[in-house]
Design a protein around this ligand. Sequence first.
Ligand SMILES: [Zn+2]
Length: 363
Amino acid sequence: MVLGISRRLALIAGTALQISILFYELPLNAASALAAWHLGSDGVLKLRTSRGANLKAFFQYAQSGNGDRVWIDFPGELVRPRSLPGNGPVKEIRLGKPQKGFTRLVIEFNKSISIDPQDLKLVGTSPDQWELNFGGIPTNGLRSIGEGNLIRTVQRRSERFLRSSSYQSLTISDLPNIPQGRYKVVIDPGHGGPDSGAVGISGIRETDVVLDISLQVAEILEGKGVKVILTRKSEIDLDLAPRVVIANKTRANAFVSIHANAKRRSTRRDVNGIETFYFSGKKGYRLASLIQNEVLRASPGSPDRGVRRSRFFVIRRTNMPAVLVETGFLTGKLDSLRLSQAPHRRNLALAISKGILLYLQGE
Ligand SMILES: [Zn+2]
């Protein structure tokens, strides 16, 4: 961990804790060891990884139009490569898979910023926590940016999440403002009536969970000046085709179908997670990504199952950007306990609303 790779590529890894005896290599198909990252406005990058993960950090001087770059490689493969715009001294942050079985986090600085690799040290502060201080750079204009929760959440004590500081608890005032009366959104609570949808642990029913969340989303969006059309407002039986008909009549800006997941033919209570589907188009993808991000932040510990393309009827046949969000697994120990709690459903409603408002704001 101390050798340079080439003259222009100095390895900057160093650890305060001697954790080399804990190093292990994940199998090639393993999930990414990177669990969360956060670059604070103080210029400190914090990471959470699997315990004892073997990280390698690198630095590269500016070249061919790019600014100085620092990157960190993690074992385990990233599901969803992505890039996030930076701010202040940071140009861009990218998460990618440089090769099969690996995850790479790249921080690229603006060309005006020069980094002295001597100042950089990746320090293990606990078996699953790391820090890299960019203290040498001017941090003016740097706003905190990150993904996931730096504090590891313990599944058996999921009720603690509602009180823990890592929990992204939203209020109405956290939601972005958009011009009043300009936008229309269709909210589609999945299932209903005799079709209860998934039934999970302790008999929790998808239709009840998603109707409660959907009605709250509608109320929150109305409060922000969005015209909302609900495909159903109560426990009625509503087929998929009429949902599409309702939506297509409205000329809405977006269609959001709200569901909760179940693991069929299995008693896998360890399967939890959030996923959002879209059918086609950049807009559909953007809407899905924004909702997925917010719902993940409201669901610490639930794995990110990603933004995915799907041919679900309601999102395929609707004629506006349309997504279907799965707010968690009713058959999963962690998700079901949370989905059964009203404060969590409120927070999910705020998270979904925030995703929708961010989308509308960019329209
Ligand atoms: Zn469903």
